[in-house]
Design a protein around this ligand. Structure first.
Ligand SMILES: Cc1cc2nc3c(=O)[nH]c(=O)nc-3n(C[C@H](O)[C@H](O)[C@H](O)COP(=O)(O)OP(=O)(O)OC[C@H]3O[C@@H](n4cnc5c(N)ncnc54)[C@H](O)[C@@H]3O)c2cc1C
Length: 365
């Protein structure tokens, strides 16, 4: 039986980044149920950084993360994690309104045709968001796990929390293997399983809902696509970005409520993706090279949840990262760490009020 100050359930980007921020100051264990961290949502993302995504409150975390992602401290990574490609928000009618402070400019049809030869006539114009970038998710996640271990943290894979019981001033945590681990504080960074994990610990659910999203790698009869901007539409019905010279990553922007699971793509969602793509450009679709799906988990107000449970003060939520958990990870981890440790926030997030993301916002009146 081992004793830790903090046990974090979940070794995806949320658990790894928060762990990396606290491990030097508390004996910390990450429990990951799978045989590798990052098997679920973190390993399945579309891997982009888009400041306008998720509304103005999420944008605070995204924007604050940018300098770190572009130019991280040397000891964290020798290289940055962003590769800028820009985003064209296409519109048939009204252009979208972006959160305040997000740089953008209007692109009229003539210029749009130079970016997207073969664009269907109904797409009148677009808003170009130049700051949109690819994120090297695998490298970022690995760097957080490396920092966590270097700071003294322990990662246990194939280590599924099955139940946790409040004992004295902490928790006795039962694992699928039959082992028990003790901790003073339990952190729930279990992604799609955040609500079931809370229940296994005798803590009430917050209503965090997993929603399936599908991605397709398509080969098309058009070349020169590798550095194509991210292309999406103002109504949020698809997005695609260049992957190889003649390949793209395409999503139908699906949000199918799903029980937590090892998500897999459905034929209907792949067909919808292709149908929507064919409504954008006239590039012949040659074949689906691969497809995958993952779960994006949202709290009822679609904001993430960082903070101690309102009824169980030794249970900390780090959940509901929706479709922005990678791009917000640096700032979110620093903000959550300050709340978890009861310390002053890092300058990166000193301007962000952690109350915005507190589970207390769900308190019944
Ligand atoms: C298709 C798709 C596209 C996306 N695109 C983007 C994007 O472009 N940019 C962006 O920023 N975000 C994107 N996201 C969102 C991003 O991937 C998530 O917000 C992020 O990965 C969530 O991280 P997490 O650590 O909370 O979850 P996860 O990576 O799912 O990690 C949670 C972990 O908890 C473990 N776990 C659960 N229960 C237990 C238990 N009882 N015991 C032990 N371990 C347990 C699971 O095995 C899992 O590994 C996308 C997501 C999807 C699905």
């Amino acid at each position: 039986m081992s004793d830790f100050d903090i046990v974090i359930v979940g070794g995806g980007i949320a658990g790894a980044s928060l762990g990396a921020e606290v491990a030097a100051r508390r004996r910390t264990l990450i429990l990951e149920g799978e045989d590798q961290c990052g098997y679920h949502s973190t390993g399945r993302s579309a891997a982009f950084y888009l400041e306008s995504y998720g509304g103005s409150k999420v944008a605070k975390l995204t924007t604050a993360s940018r300098p770190f992602l572009l130019d991280p401290p040397r000891e964290f990574s020798e290289q940055g994690f962003l590769h800028v490609r820009g985003d064209l928000h296409l519109a048939r009618g009204e252009l979208p309104v972006l959160p305040p402070g997000v740089e953008s400019r209007i692109v009229e049809r003539e210029e749009l045709e130079r970016w997207l030869p073969g664009l269907k006539p109904e797409w009148r114009h677009a808003l170009f968001e130049p700051g949109c970038a690819d994120i090297d998710v695998a490298a970022l996640h690995a760097a957080y796990l490396r920092q966590f271990r270097r700071a003294g943290g322990t990662v246990a894979t194939n280590a599924q929390l099955t139940r946790a019981i409040r004992l004295g001033d902490g928790w006795a945590i039962n694992l699928g293997s039959g082992d028990t681990v003790n901790a003073l504080i339990l952190v729930n960074a279990a992604g799609a399983w955040a609500d079931p994990v809370a229940e296994s610990c005798g803590v009430g659910r917050l209503g965090i809902e997993p929603k399936r999203r599908t991605l397709v790698q398509l080969r098309v009869g058009q070349s020169g696509l590798r550095d194509l901007p991210l292309i999406d539409d103002a109504d949020g019905t698809f997005y695609f970005k260049g992957e190889g010279d003649r390949t793209i990553w395409l999503s139908p922007h699906d949000e199918i409520p799903t029980d937590p699971c090892d998500a897999a793509p459905e034929e209907i969602d792949i067909a919808t993706a292709i149908d929507r793509f064919e409504g954008v450009v006239d590039w012949p679709v040659e074949r689906v090279e691969r497809s995958w799906a993952g779960l994006r988990s949202f709290a009822p107000d679609r904001l993430p949840v960082y903070g101690f449970d309102r009824d169980e003060p030794r249970f900390f939520w780090c959940a509901g990262q929706g479709g922005f958990g990678i791009q917000t990870a640096p700032a979110a981890a620093k903000l959550a760490a300050a709340v978890l440790l009861g310390e002053l926030p890092d300058p990166m997030v000193a301007h962000i009020d952690p109350a915005i993301f507190s589970p207390a916002r769900f308190a019944s009146d």
